[in-house]
Design a protein around this ligand. Structure first.
Ligand code: FAD
Length: 389
């Protein structure tokens, strides 16, 4: 029997495999991955310093255990280079493989900044467990506390900053926006986060960018566009991720920011599906599409695609689900409004004794997003109920 083939062993690839196995115990599954196939929860990477977790402690299941659990053959350290969607084969670094149905879960790649200087190539980014190992090892070799500069005060940059500060390191956070989390959070909560991070002794260099990075003895010296300099031992870039489209583009699948998928997860090619950070999801309500690089949508997509793979076409349920910003000094939860509403809608702020609640109303005056800090489960549920009407 020709297998269902899954590319990638991130949360997306493995969750489809698990969900499919719940429904079908016999159809062969082949999973091909460029990494070593160990299972870990990626969100843990930006919360592991303060808990003093080594990279190996974050891997909760070995590739052998995952093969057992999913009943799949897993080929590790194997890169898929192309797909022949007519012949239904994939070309990999270990030869060609046939598929009956194919699921692409290749994730995203860190955006690389164009920075001048003789140490610009030493900038690290952390988007998988291998990156985390390198980052952690570098910091472990330095006298404590290490000086860490983080480029980008978005979700991941703020999480790493708070985590490293929690572990006692000296952090400088650099971002072109005037406030942390400016692209995601309403101003009131960005301000709250700014106060909390500053209270942790994190230096915020906002409204500017890193122009060049040069070696200065054993340290690195960052020259900012505003003329300031920042000395650090390690520079981490957290400026964002871009869907990994290399395989999809080689196969001439229709792509936009991500691989375009319909409401069931199907790409432009027959029997080829995509999900996770590489995909651009279509909303059934209005036909708009967006990348959704978070866990909740990929879980919904994995459940729906697994069902569709068994022959029952199933729409992905993209109901609003809060993104939790894991900054322990100021924990936030956000349901972002659709980008096409943000220029015309408005945020309204309710200040309660223990928390700040921001509600986003779109141009039709309909509640279509919220943000809360400090967040907790009860508040999240109450706001989700409001959102559902
Ligand atoms: P990935 O995990 O990137 O997996 C991609 C897989 O594809 C890998 O196995 C890779 O080896 C393989 N691959 C790629 N190309 C090829 C190829 N050509 N051939 C073979 N294999 C290939 N989201 C939340 O909702 N909440 C959070 O709190 C949160 N925290 C985060 C913290 C950090 C530090 C980061 C980086 C992300 C966080 N996210 C969070 C986002 C979330 O983790 C991702 O959306 C999710 O893990 C993406 O999973 P994925 O399987 O699509 O991609």
């Amino acid at each position: 029997m020709t297998p269902i083939l899954i590319i990638g062993t991130g949360l997306a690839g493995y969750t489809v495999a698990r969900e499919f196995r719940k429904l079908d115990k016999t159809t062969p599954l082949l999973i091909i991955t460029a990494d070593n196939g160990g299972f870990y929860s990626k969100p843990m990477l930006s919360n592991a310093f303060a808990q003093n977790k080594q990279a190996a402690q974050l891997v909760t299941q070995s590739v052998e255990k995952m093969a057992e659990q999913t009943g799949a053959t897993i080929l590790t350290k194997t890169t898929v280079n192309n797909i022949d969607t007519a012949a239904k084969t994939v070309a990999t670094s270990a030869g060609n493989f046939e598929y009956d149905k194919l699921v692409i879960a290749t994730g995203a790649k860190p955006i690389r900044l164009n920075i001048a200087g003789n140490a610009a190539d030493q900038v690290l980014s952390v988007n998988d467990i291998a990156d985390y190992t390198v980052f952690r090892d570098q910091i472990a070799q330095l006298p404590h506390p290490a000086k860490v500069a983080i480029l980008g005060a978005g979700l991941i940059g703020c999480e790493f900053a708070d985590d490293l500060a929690g572990a006692g390191h000296l952090v400088t956070l650099i971002d072109p926006n005037p406030m942390p989390l400016a692209a995601l959070a309403p101003a009131a909560l960005s301000l709250g986060l700014h106060t909390a991070l500053t209270g942790r002794n994190i230096q915020l260099k906002l409204g500017t960018t890193a122009a060049s990075i040069d070696k200065n003895g054993d340290a690195l010296s960052i020259t900012l566009a505003n003329g300031d300099t920042v000395d650090s031992n390690v520079v981490l870039s957290a400026v964002g991720l871009r869907p990994d489209l290399r395989v999809a583009e080689a196969a001439k699948l229709v792509t936009d920011r991500g691989i375009l998928i319909d409401t069931t997860g199907k790409t432009s090619a027959p029997d080829v599906y995509a999900l996770g950070d590489c995909a651009q999801y279509t909303f059934s309500e209005d036909g708009s599409s967006r990348i959704l690089p978070y866990i909740a949508p990929l879980m919904s997509a994995a459940r729906a695609i697994a069902k569709t793979l068994t022959g029952i076409p199933t729409d992905i349920d993209l109901k609003p689900s809060p993104v939790i910003v894991k900054t322990p000094s100021y924990p936030l939860a956000l349901v972002s409004p659709a980008p096409h509403h943000t220029p015309t809608g408005r945020w309204e702020v309710e200040q309660r004794e223990t928390s700040t609640i921001c509600r986003f109303y779109n141009e039709q005056d309909v509640l279509s997003g919220f943000a809360i800090a400090p967040q907790d489960a009860a508040l999240r549920q109450a706001l989700l109920a409001e959102l559902a009407g």
